[in-house]
Design a protein around this ligand. Structure first.
Ligand code: GDP
Length: 298
């Protein structure tokens, strides 16, 4: 229910336009497809993904000899579902000793998301250690510390400007000593200096490889859904720098741009693992493409 309410604006944005097309047209023609295309692009599904969905729909219409526009509704939903490669998401780090790097540019909600994730894992009975390895940003560590308190988890930090790899080194030692299940690392998100960011992440990775080889590794990128296509562009850029294993889309509440989740999974083949639907600690939900499509269209 919460998922549905969190997505109400996205739903209005995509579904109202779509249904008016299904009801407004009496036959399936080029104009019909063009209007559907426009609606999906306006719904932030991205140009490339939209084209593929429409092609897929046309193919279904041909092969199933569909004549009525209204009959296309279900076919379109199926096409969107297929485009998202439903069923390929996994949450392995929740069930084994893991190190999770979280990256993302300032303001997307990275700190809040790490806090929420820590709270969620803690509530599952997991022992979580936080590493404040985003030492570039003033006050990032203090803000994370507040979330550590709120989620009842331990945080390891360093001085502002400290070497992030040394913070991670200390955090790994703490995680091992406490027999932690998950080490969540807040890492930098300086996309304007890709080379530095790449070097920094490599260095951190080397520390993990050497000091904590048994840990399962994930790299999650936090993106602000309200930025729509910009979020997709950021995901692509981060993917060039690091091996991204998942996306967390924040601020899905109150945005009409939630369709970006389709574009991200489709164009990048990277699963959206969680969505943020508010500012409170409990406002982080596991993302399931199937549920997402159901919440939007039914
Ligand atoms: P950071 O700079 O990336 O670490 O961003 P912060 O974690 O400081 O978050 C920036 C702002 O976004 C804060 O005001 C958060 O409360 C807000 N925020 C983060 N996630 C969400 C979300 O899912 N929904 C809403 N509505 N606000 C969010």
């Amino acid at each position: 229910k919460r998922l549905v309410s969190g997505l109400s604006k996205t739903r209005d944005n995509i579904v109202f336009g779509m249904d008016s097309i299904f009801h407004g047209f009496t036959q399936i023609n080029d104009d019909f497809y063009e209007e559907l295309e426009e609606t999906l692009i306006m719904g932030d599904l991205g140009v490339r993904t939209t084209m593929e969905i429409i092609e897929n729909l046309k193919e279904k219409v041909r092969s199933e000899h569909i004549k009525e526009p209204a009959q296309c509704r279900q076919l379109l939903i199926d096409s969107i579902r297929e485009q998202m490669h439903v069923g390929e998401t996994a949450y392995e780090f929740e069930n084994r000793t893991s190190v999770v790097f979280v990256i993302g540019v300032n303001g997307v909600g990275k700190t809040t998301t790490i806090g929420k994730l820590a709270g969620k894992l803690h509530a599952q009975g997991k022992k979580v250690v936080l590493a404040a390895a985003d030492t570039f940003r003033a006050a990032a560590g203090e803000q994370l510390k507040e979330w550590a308190n709120r989620s009842e988890t331990e945080m390891i930090g360093g001085q502002e400007g400290a070497d992030p790899a040394s913070v991670v080194y200390d955090a790994v030692a703490a995680a091992k000593a406490r027999k932690a299940d998950v080490l969540l690392c807040d890492t930098a998100g300086r996309l304007h200096n890709k080379k530095n960011l790449m070097e920094e992440l490599k260095k951190i990775n080397r520390v993990i490889e050497r000091e904590y080889p048994e840990a399962y590794r994930e790299t999650l990128v936090v993106l602000d859904a309200t930025t729509g296509q910009n979020a997709l562009a950021q995901a692509k850029e981060f993917n060039e720098v690091a091996e991204i294993t998942g996306v967390i889309l924040t601020k899905m509440d109150g945005t009409a741009k939630g369709g970006i989740a389709v574009a991200i999974q489709s164009e990048l083949g990277i699963p959206v693992k969680y969505i943020g639907v508010g500012e409170r600690i409990e406002d982080l939900q596991k993302f399931d493409a199937d549920e997402f499509v159901n919440a939007l269209f039914y």
